[in-house]
Design a protein around this ligand. Structure first.
Ligand code: SF4
Length: 540
């Protein structure tokens, strides 16, 4: 367990809890170093603490599975039960049992119908919840749908004003709020103008040198440059549930960059944006970082959007690794609406290495509906061709292979993940063929099945998630739970997706649009990106 105050941090906010009108604990259902690496989590912390009436403290898990000691906040060591509201920020479906583990370890029943009137109100939000909150309906009192800046403060104030938890239905008309059992279909909350949205310039920076307390990207602060994506890759949750593409203007980014560097005492900035290569001022931003001697780290870039001038700057920013996501064969890439030519991927990778990039990382999917052995062979061929061109050793090429997990509110929401045995066979094939070319990594197919279950599943899953938590979490607990509740993932999903449980949420993209996109997926017809043509998906 983390001892309170053992983790020295810059910019920690300490308020007197006894004097605060509203006490909020924000929990990240994972370990410290994952939590501190999440800009979304930090944003909520500083947003809530920007209010005089609210005192907000953080809590994390001490381990990913097994018995968990009583959860205490990092700021004051207070137990979760002491707070009025507990907010979970979750970014990954496999962390759902960790929510229940944190509650259990705090003496709070994970199933809400077993909680008392005096127990804190449990709010859960994050990208997977925005797409489908239903699996956690029996755990969360309230689910937050969309972007925190829009109405999270309003939600906190309105919860505080309620007499007790029985009145929660009264707040179900707040945009972005889903109260299970209410008649209202929750509307996703999203900010139109990123320039006006709150961005934490002071951020939590761990001062400890211990690796368990270091963010996954090292000692750095984060800057969100763009949000959402208008490219419409048909498998991507962020491409639909976080539409449209938005960006911060250059003057705002420049001023944020300056403040972030000053207030956090770091020399490295992690640039955030699911579609960062589409940022109009990317080159200018990177040049500014170089002029100011700031190291920068960039997420995966699109080979069809990133200019050679940008590639040239990357090694000068201290970034040694460049990440691209070719996903699959060109045939399936077109079906997935990501029409990038192999030649373009090879050329961009070659250019990047020629300019000084030392390592490359490539993301691939397998288990795409309609996939044949030839598609897998083409993945291997592409990696071979890249390796031959860039002349990097196996150690400098990382390939991540993961099963495609269909997500709610995407055109692939009507498809079921492939069976474990089929995925295992495909994985073995890829591992065998790619093993001599690159370092290969990726999810285990069983974990992918569980993720698929939680992505498209219904309300029955809450009880199962609580059971998994009681069994300590992890793979063995899931196996036990599937046996105990007699769940066959494929059969369960076939039945459940026909009912579309996630339709309790309106993310803005119309069902009609998704149906057309699903048809176009099967026919291999492309839809242009929002930047060139508006396909009237319903969001803007
Ligand atoms: S309404 Fe048009 S521009 Fe807006 S997200 Fe949908 S397709 Fe893109």
């Amino acid at each position: 367990m983390y001892k309170v105050f053992e983790i020295r941090e810059k910019n920690i906010v300490r308020k007197n809890l006894l004097r605060a009108d509203i006490k909020v604990a924000i929990c990240y259902p994972s370990i410290y170093r994952v939590a501190v690496s999440s800009l979304g989590y930090q944003l909520i912390y500083f947003l809530l603490n920007s209010q005089e009436e609210i005192a907000c403290e953080r809590a994390v898990l001490s381990s990913q599975k097994g018995p968990e000691p009583p959860v205490k906040t990092l700021e004051s060591g207070s137990p979760l039960k002491f707070f009025d509201i507990i907010i979970f920020s979750v970014h990954y479906e496999l962390d759902y049992p960790n929510i229940a583990r944190m509650l259990l370890a705090s003496g709070i029943n994970p199933l809400k119908h077993k909680r008392g009137l005096k127990d804190p109100i449990v709010v859960v939000g994050g990208p997977p919840i925005t797409a489908n909150p239903v699996p956690l309906e029996s755990i969360a009192d309230v689910l937050y749908i969309g972007e925190a800046e829009y109405s999270l403060l309003k939600l906190v104030y309105e919860i505080h004003a309620l007499e007790n938890r029985k009145d929660l239905y009264k707040i179900s008309d707040i945009k972005g709020v889903y109260v299970p059992g209410s008649e209202t279909r929750a509307q996703r909350a999203w900010v139109r103008d990123l320039d006006k949205a709150f961005h934490p310039s002071s951020q939590i920076i761990p001062l400890s040198d211990k690796s368990e307390f270091q963010p996954v990207f090292g000692r750095a602060a984060q800057l969100e440059v763009t949000r959402g994506c208008g490219r419409g890759c048909r498998f991507c949750l962020l491409g639909y549930s976080f539409r449209p593409y938005r960006e911060r203007s250059f003057p705002v980014i420049e001023s944020l960059l300056k403040k972030i560097i000053e207030k956090n005492g770091v020399l490295k900035i992690v640039l955030i944006g699911s579609s960062l290569s589409d940022y109009k001022y990317l080159q200018k931003l990177l040049e500014t970082c170089i002029e100011e001697n700031i190291q920068a780290s960039l997420p995966a870039l699109r080979t069809d959007a990133v200019e050679d001038e940008v590639l040239e700057l990357i090694p000068r920013l201290g970034q040694r690794t460049l990440t691209f996501a070719p996903e699959t064969s060109i045939r399936l890439r077109i079906k997935l609406n990501k029409p990038i030519e192999n030649s373009e991927i090879i050329e961009k990778t070659e250019n990047a290495v020629a300019k000084g990039v030392k390592n490359i990382k490539l993301y691939f999917l397998y288990g795409v509906p309609g996939e044949s052995k030839q598609d897998l062979i083409e993945i291997v061929e592409l990696v071979k061709r890249i390796k031959n061109k860039v002349k990097l050793s196996k150690e400098n090429i990382r390939v991540s292979i993961n099963p495609l997990i269909p997500k709610a509110h995407t055109p692939l929401q009507w498809t079921v993940i492939e069976e474990v045995s089929i995925l295992r066979r495909k994985r073995r094939f890829l591992l065998e063929k790619l093993g001599s070319l690159a370092r290969v990594e990726g999810y285990d197919p069983f974990e992918a099945q569980i993720q698929a279950l939680l992505s498209l599943g219904g309300s029955q899953l809450g009880e199962i998630v609580a059971y998994v938590a009681e069994a300590g979490g992890g793979r063995q607990a899931w196996r036990k739970a599937l046996r105990r509740f007699q769940i066959n993932v494929q059969k369960y999903l076939e039945k459940t997706i026909a009912k579309e449980p996630w339709s309790v949420v309106d993310v803005g993209v119309s069902r009609d649009f998704l149906e057309k996109e699903y048809k176009k997926f099967h026919e291999g017809i492309l839809t242009p990106p929002c930047s060139t043509f508006c396909s009237k998906c319903g969001v803007c």
